[in-house]
Structures are given as C-alpha cells and as structure tokens.
Design a binder for this molecule. Sequence first.
Ligand code: CUA
Length: 276
Amino acid sequence: MKLRTRLTSVAIAITAFASPALAAVQPESGIGLPRDVSLSGHRIDWLINITSVFNLILFIIMCVWMVYACLKHNRNHQAEYDHGSSKHSVTVALAISAVIFFVVDGNLFFTTMRDLDNEFWNFDMVKANPQTVRLEINAHQWSWDARYAGPDGKFNTEDDILTWNDIKVPVDTPIYVQLTSTDVIHSFYLPNFRTKMDAVPGQVNRMWFQAKEPGEYDIGCAQHCGTHHYKMKALLTVLSANDFKLWQAQQSAIAQRGFDADDKVAHWGWEWKEAY
Ligand code: CUA
C-alpha cells in the first residue's frame, strides 16, 4: 500500500471517530474491520470508536504526566517517599476513579443496553414484520448448513431449501436466524454486519441482521472449533428482493424434486418456535 493511500486510510479512520453519519454505508478503509453494510452495525462501530477515543485520552494524560515527572524529578531532585495512604490522597484517588467509572463505563453501559433492547435483541420487532426471512443454521466441523422453510412456511418439510456454505438473503429485510451445532461450539460471524452468535450443541440460539446493500460478504466462524476452524468460511450473498424471490422459487422446486424421505441426515431441521 502506498504511503498516500495509508495516510488517506488513517485520515478516514480519524474522521470516522467524529462522524455522526456512521449510519451510511462506508467505503472500505483498508484498515480495521471491513466496511459495515448492516442496519445496526454503526452502533457497534460507535462503541469501538468511542472506547478508542477514551483510551487515547487516558494514554495522552499518562504520557504527559510521565514526561513532566521525568523532567521535574531529575537526578538533582531529592526523592520523596509517599505510600499515598493519607486521607487527602485516598479521597482524590476515589473521586477520580468514581468520575471515570460513572462517566465512561456508565455511559457505555447505558448506551449498550439501549441499543441491545431497541435493535440487536429486539426480536418482537422482527417477528412482527411480515417481510422477515426465517433461517435455520446448523453448524458442524467444518461448514455451515442453512435451511429455508419453502412455500409452506414450515421447517423440516420437503419444500425446504437447503444450502451448504452459501446463504442468500434479500436486501433491506430482517433476517431472523436460529442456529445450533451438531458437534462442538462454533460461532456464526458476519464481519460486515458487526454481529455474531454462538452455535451450541443441544440448544437453539437466535440472532437477526439486515443488509443495506446487495453484494457478497464473508461468513466466518468465531470460535476455535478444531483443526479446520480456519476453513469454516462461507459466503453470504445479499440479493435484491426480486432476485431473492426468483432464487427461492427455483430452489424450492429443485428441492422438492430431490427430496428423499429416507435421507435422515438431510432432515436436521427443527420445528420453528418464535422463542427458545
Ligand atoms: Cu467452527 Cu471455528
């Protein structure tokens, strides 16, 4: 990467800290996370950026203090010993700690809880939307199986669409995912959507996301799940609503033709419940 491109990337990253327009789809910066193409990902980016800003401020304060101490208390200065246990020292330390705790951690905590309730964990909103696409995902060493209900709206029936390491979803539509694993713990990770959820054997977890832009995006596994963990990569394709409908109709017709009632391994789906 050329120096100028690098400097531009750094400049983009710095302006992103202060930018209130994070909700818009961002271009690839070349550093840090891949660009966010999701409805709610900007909230995660905000959290990461604001945490970095607070860290930077504390880092600068520490550096300034160290330089000042080095210059002031040089070799000509008689050392002073203090355990910092006087009432005054303890009061000052407690007051500074309390301010940092309530202002920084308190702010982050309340913002996070608000975002979780309003968006990331707001399954009532997703369930109430008639456009919502429901998806069952079965993780195993080392790939992702996905299942769509098909025209009958029921899972584990003969019109289900099954895909392998290849998930297609429509743009601007909530995608409600329920997922499990058949062997060890995996984690369904969508870096461009700033979201991930563990796939745990014996239980069904859930998550939802929504794409703002058609395109092809990575699916990764975010839990070390064995020797081929690094190979557990799949593709998420975001289609226009129309293309998705066409794909769905075509795939469901193919699925019904190829359905084999005796193939028990292929019938890993479960009856959809709105909550677990
Ligand atoms: Cu599955 Cu790592």
